[in-house]
Design a protein. Structure first.
Ligand code: FES
Ligand code: FES
Lengths: 178, 723
């Protein structure tokens, strides 16, 4: 079957898709978008988290056919076009780098998408920055074996602060102490 | 981004240089490489008996399935030379399984066939159609049966310095005479590394040359092993691995995915990708072995240790002997005249274990540090005080001084941050605002500071930038970043003008990325190569003090230096180890006995810290792995057939964000002038060491119950006797 989706704002077709294929498989193997990771294929790790019509899902648990005609946003679509038109990193992406929340990076794409979602539902919706407990709960489905989550929490706090008050001009100094 | 002052770059909390690429989803991991046209996918069929022969294997249905290119079994797979190869990360005793070379099955989960198809889904479906029947043979499946036939590690381990029996003096006599004694047995289950990225390989042959994109901590060893397996000169094999999605030891040996991808690719004359499923990882990529330890401690009434007797046994396979240094720390961590250690391995029909973060130490220190807490209770002494009373500046196992040792400073720093002085020494005496029992516990941590030979190349370019390279790996700690810092500082160039490259056998040879020795080994080589390249550039214009970037522009062509460095005899003159102290707070529901860990605080003396930001993240990650070991992680092995039962992330419980409380890791100031030119002692492993003991000791303090088998589950807390 043919599956047509809007992926990161672009219309994309995948042909000869077998009914059993997951959305994750189509993204990674057919559309060349390897940012979303495959680490368990059973909805346990969150590495494959993407937006499907702006709701976060584990792409490994969504049949590709279910995404037909819908819109998908992956880690590759998180970057925002800057003033000069060149893609820049989003607040969440920058905050993960600045807080040292990335180690091996394999859990990172899913975590970023889930964090983006959390901040949209909270601070960006005027509901204030999420508490640590809310952050931990919201991200409990995203396994990270490297960081111990401490720096992840800091990254989310930082991203929430930037969402609320704006990112410091000139971007965060990457060499800066936390 | 402002340019960072080059001279002060080492020691700064620089953000990881590969961070922007990773958060953009642009880092390419092994299984994501595009080897060019014709890629097909392999799916592995694994054995379902612990020992036996393949009686029949029917591939007809699989071969007829859509998209199938080939189905490989021992009946049609190419006969491979499998020349002798023993890398540093291979067990010295025994021989690896020769994949698809005969009908013998040695463990559950051993690959017995590979289905190769146009798409992964077709390969997986075809693999499901392969019918295998076995003639089972008698097998040692239960750990308890294996222990009954445990043996010393063997002569080749002795050559590597790992003896079955060790110690000094007469521990039995000293124990007999000691006024205060404790003795207890501790059980630690099998643990799986469970990096988030599954192991996977893309293989491509072209004109007799093999290229492998693989997930590994050591590209050079993958090349050496594949050269041996396929009977090729090593220079006909290239291994590429720029990004590794976590490994913690699982990337130390090449697994079946590598050999099978290469074998299949040659067989079908197309590039082949083989990625393990999460379930297969539990049977193919090694694990920390199950072990049982017995510790007896004797002391005088002031808490001076008079005797340590520590015995341990851990599982291994029947075809290789995996042994690790589990008991060494009991010989050097504290001052004690009479010490006896006895280590045995128990062969069982399972896959061979493998180093997992803090191998040996995580296990042995857990037992020793739980026992120390039991001794403190028997002495009615503060557990921190007991450790400090037995502190030593000399390694009594060898008689040489420690190159540096800040155990006391670590206890002081972490204890203060933790608020240890608020601890009511009586078990069960503290409660939190929700009525939960609160316990405070502590433990020591230690990991040897080691160093290997390493080689690096620095290439200085006319535009004033530099590319520095070595075949190392970055499984997450930040090799890219820390090496860039060392290079920038040595060259005197801004950080953003230096690029560090790794993970390719075409680069100068790095040692295996493990053992917490990458900074010490490769960092020294990077420093030396950069110093030499800088010297050459400045010599060309005959000035020693000029601005390097200006000099390079003036020279107008690249200047290069490749330097190999190796350790001297410093590690014979000094005993070099990182030390740490970790404190845990637990909250235990008095009725349900559920255990939470609101706080973990650790302080570490690791020599110089090159990058506090990446270092801290390393340590906190290690701490949470230790917390997983304490509370949730175990690989259940069915005693009847040796099958790992809970081989998924749904059933093997890696800690999730909501399980974790406050984490605090600090480094005490420590200068180690002896250990290596950079003065670094390594910090990849030590974060995991001692954490489970601190948590168990805190559970005792909260409840008065000693849980001596990990993980500390509700039923074990409920079942433990109140003492
Ligand atoms: S790969 Fe989808 S949740 Fe793990
Ligand atoms: S950074 Fe490696 S799994 Fe999270």
């Amino acid at each position: 079957m043919r599956v047509t989706m809007t992926v990161n704002g672009h219309r994309m077709d995948a042909d000869d898709v077998w009914e059993g294929e997951s959305l994750l498989y189509v993204l990674r193997e057919r559309l060349g978008l390897a940012g979303s990771k495959n680490a368990c294929e059973q909805g346990e790790c969150g590495s494959c988290t993407v937006f499907l019509d702006e709701v976060t899902v584990c792409a490994c648990l969504v049949a590709a056919g279910q995404a037909h005609g819908r819109s998908v946003r992956t880690v590759e679509g998180l970057a925002e076009a800057g003033a000069d038109g060149a893609p820049g990193l989003s607040d969440v992406q920058e905050a993960f780098v600045a807080a040292g929340a990335v180690q091996c990076g394999f859990c990172t794409p899913g975590l970023l998408v889930q964090t983006e979602d959390l901040l949209r539902r909270t601070v960006a919706a005027g509901a204030g920055a999420p508490s640590d407990a809310e952050i931990r709960e919201a991200l409990a489905g995203n396994l990270c074996r490297c960081t111990g989550y401490e720096a992840v929490i800091e990254a989310v706090r930082l991203a929430a602060e930037w969402t609320e008050r704006g990112r410091p001009a000139g971007g965060p100094a990457r060499g800066e102490a936390r | 981004m402002t340019s960072t002052a080059a001279a002060s770059v080492v020691g700064q909390p620089v953000s990881r240089v590969d961070g922007p690429l990773k958060v953009a989803g642009g880092a390419t991991y092994a299984a994501e490489f595009d080897p060019g046209p014709g890629l097909c996918h392999g799916a592995i069929v694994t054995s379902t008996v612990a020992s036996g022969r393949i009686a029949s294997i029917d591939t007809a249905a699989a071969e007829a399935a859509p998209g199938v290119v080939a189905v490989l079994t021992h009946r049609n797979a190419p006969v491979l030379p499998y020349h002798e190869h023993k890398g540093l990360t291979d067990p010295p005793e025994g021989e690896r399984i020769h994949l698809l070379q005969d009908d013998r099955v040695r463990h559950q989960g051993q690959p017995v066939a590979l289905a190769v198809a146009e798409t992964l889904e077709e390969a997986v479906y075809a693999a499901s159609l392969v019918r295998v029947s076995y003639r089972p043979e008698s097998a040692v499946t239960a750990f308890s049966d294996a222990v009954a036939h445990a043996v010393p590690p063997g002569p080749r381990y002795r050559d590597r310095g790992l003896e079955g029996d060790g110690g000094r003096g007469d521990a039995d006599a000293a124990l007999g005479a000691a006024p205060v004694r404790i003795e207890a047995e501790y059980v630690m289950p099998r643990l799986n590394h469970n990096p988030i990225e599954p192991h996977g390989t893309v293989a491509r042959w072209s004109e007799g040359e093999l290229t492998l994109w693989d997930k590994t901590q050591w590209v050079d060893n993958v090349r050496a092993e594949m050269a041996a397996v396929f009977g090729l000169p090593p220079d006909r094999v290239r291994v590429v691995s720029p990004f590794v999605g976590g490994a913690f030891g699982s990337g130390l040996r090449p697994w079946a995915n590598v050999t099978l991808a290469a074998m299949a690719s040659r067989h079908v004359d197309r590039p082949v990708k083989v990625v393990l499923t999460r379930r297969q990882m539990f049977g193919i990529t090694g694990y920390r072995p199950r072990s049982t330890h017995r510790v007896a401690l004797g002391a005088d009434r002031d808490g001076q240790l008079l005797a340590i007797r520590h015995e341990g046994v851990s599982e291994t396979s029947t075809y290789e002997t995996y042994a690790e240094e589990q008991l060494g720390s009991s010989e050097y961590l504290y001052a004690c005249r009479d010490v006896a250690t006895r280590y045995r391995v128990a062969p069982r029909n399972v896959q061979t274990p493998n180093d997992m973060r803090g191998p040996g130490k995580v296990t042995g220190v857990h037992a020793l540090e739980c026992a120390m807490d039991e001794l403190a209770a028997a002495l009615d002494m503060d557990p921190v005080e007991l450790r400090l009373r037995n502190d030593t500046i000399v390694d009594q196992s060898t008689g040489v001084p420690f190159s540096s040792r800040s155990l006391r400073e670590c206890y002081q720093a972490a204890g203060e941050r933790f608020g240890w002085s608020r601890r009511n020494p009586r078990p069960g005496a503290m409660r939190d605002e929700r009525g939960r029992l609160v316990g405070y516990g502590c433990a020591s941590a230690t990991w040897p500071a080691m160093r290997q030979a390493a080689e690096a190349r620095a290439r200085l370019l006319p535009d004033g930038s530099a590319v520095v390279s070595s075949s190392s790996s970055d499984m997450g700690p930040g090799t890219y970043t820390s090496m860039t810092q060392v290079a920038a500082e040595t060259l005197g160039l801004p950080l953003e003008r230096v690029r560090f490259e790794l993970g390719d056998t075409r680069m100068p040879t790095a040692p295996v990325h493990g053992g917490s020795w990458t900074m010490a080994s490769l960092g020294s080589a990077v420093q030396a190569a950069c110093a030499e390249a800088r010297r050459r550039a400045l010599a060309e214009i005959g000035r020693a003090d000029a601005d390097l970037a200006a000099v390079l522009r003036q020279i107008g062509e690249p200047v290069e230096a490749t330097v190999r460095t190796e350790p001297g005899d410093e590690l014979r003159r000094y005993s070099a180890h990182s030390f740490g102290a970790v404190f845990a707070e637990v909250a235990v529901d008095p009725d349900l006995c559920t255990v939470r860990v609101p706080r973990l605080v650790g302080a570490y003396g690791v020599g110089r810290v090159v990058n506090p930001k990446t270092a801290r993240s390393q340590i906190t990650g290690g701490m949470v792995m230790g917390m997983g070991m304490a509370l949730t992680e175990r690989t259940e092995v069915d005693p009847r057939d040796a099958r790992p039962v809970n081989s998924s992330l749904a059933d093997y419980l890696v800690p999730v964000n909501a399980d974790v409380g406050e984490l605090d890791a600090v480094f005490v100031d420590e200068e180690d002038p002896h250990v290596n030119p950079l003065g670094v002692k390594g910090l990849g492993e030590i974060g995991t060491v001692g954490v489970a003991a601190a948590i168990c000791n805190a559970v005792y303090h909260a409840t008065g119950r000693r849980v001596r088998e990990l993980p500390v589950t509700v039923e074990r807390v409920l079942g433990a006797a109140v003492r």
